[in-house]
Design a protein around this ligand. Structure first.
Ligand code: KIV
Length: 271
């Protein structure tokens, strides 16, 4: 008899069932073991090892510098912690744009070396060949459309995408293409809620929004932003559920003060 509590792993199939019955899907980022364990334990359905690790963990201005090796390191730590959540890992900038063989090799490394469950990739019709090739290898793929941060130097700003009809139409076509290729879901980032609603309703696969309004099939946020660890980033779409920055700052100041005043460690805290 096992003493461990049986935990049913979320699969892409379960996500599809959630969409079919109208149950919203929760997704948060995590980049390390300790945070992933908290996120998983709290019942989040999908943990995203996002290339936002480049900003959040490494302090880079964009997501472009993070490497495939670094993503694999973050992902393997998260996979060790996730007992229930599906772990999705971003293909970082430069690891798939060259050609579909490069894309497949990068995806295989993420699955094999990190033990991830699926990958996420930015782009639409233009990356069809890569998406197909990865899917053919049996690796589930999640798309990412709208504001795709790896293209920040093409966009020039992080403002809302697809406000104009030409870009909105391209996004509709890209989303449909990703579904037809066999993606199990798509992240829509920072687009008008009306467009996200239309895509969520017209496609059968789960659509997860970030800054894409209420009508998506699920929501994703960067965990450091929603916990208020990161003080600077407060876009309109973000709901901050805690102010951990202040709590941590206060605790660390108390520690510094206790060390300086010789009140830590006391007799009970020594051997
Ligand atoms: O890298 C990331 O955190 C993401 C989310 C913003 C969806 O791709």
């Amino acid at each position: 008899m096992s003493t461990h509590k049986e935990v049913k792993r979320i699969t892409t199939h379960i996500l599809q069932e959630m969409k079919n019955r109208g149950e919203k899907i929760s997704m948060l980022t995590a980049y390390d073991y300790s945070m992933a364990a908290i996120v998983d334990e709290a019942g989040v359905d999908i943990i995203l090892v996002g290339d936002s690790a480049s900003n959040v963990m490494a302090g880079h201005e964009t997501t472009l510098p993070i490497t495939l090796d670094q993503m694999i390191y973050h992902a393997s730590s998260v996979v060790r912690a996730a007992k229930r959540a599906l772990v999705v890992v971003d293909l970082p900038f430069g690891s798939y744009q060259g050609n579909s063989k490069e894309a497949l090799n990068s995806a295989i490394r993420i699955m094999k070396e990190a033990g991830a469950h699926c990958i996420k990739i930015e782009g639409g019709v233009e990356i069809s060949e890569s998406v197909s090739r990865i899917l053919t290898a049996g690796i589930p793929v999640m798309g990412h459309l709208g504001l795709t941060p790896q293209s920040i130097y093409k966009f020039g700003t992080y403002t809302v995408r697809a406000k104009e009809e030409v870009e909105a139409q391209k996004l509709r076509e890209d989303a449909l293409k990703l579904q037809e290729l066999g993606c199990f879901g798509i992240v829509l980032e920072k687009i008008p809620a009306k467009l996200a609603k239309e895509v969520s309703e017209s496609l059968s696969i789960p659509i997860i929004g970030i800054g894409a309004g209420r009508h998506c099939d699920g929501q994703v946020l960067v965990v450091h932003d929603m916990l208020g660890i990161n003080k600077e980033f407060k876009p309109r779409f973000l709901r901050q559920y805690a102010d951990l920055n202040s709590i941590m700052n206060k605790a660390i100041k108390s520690y510094v003060s206790d060390v300086k005043t010789k009140s830590f460690p006391n007799e009970k805290e020594e051997y």
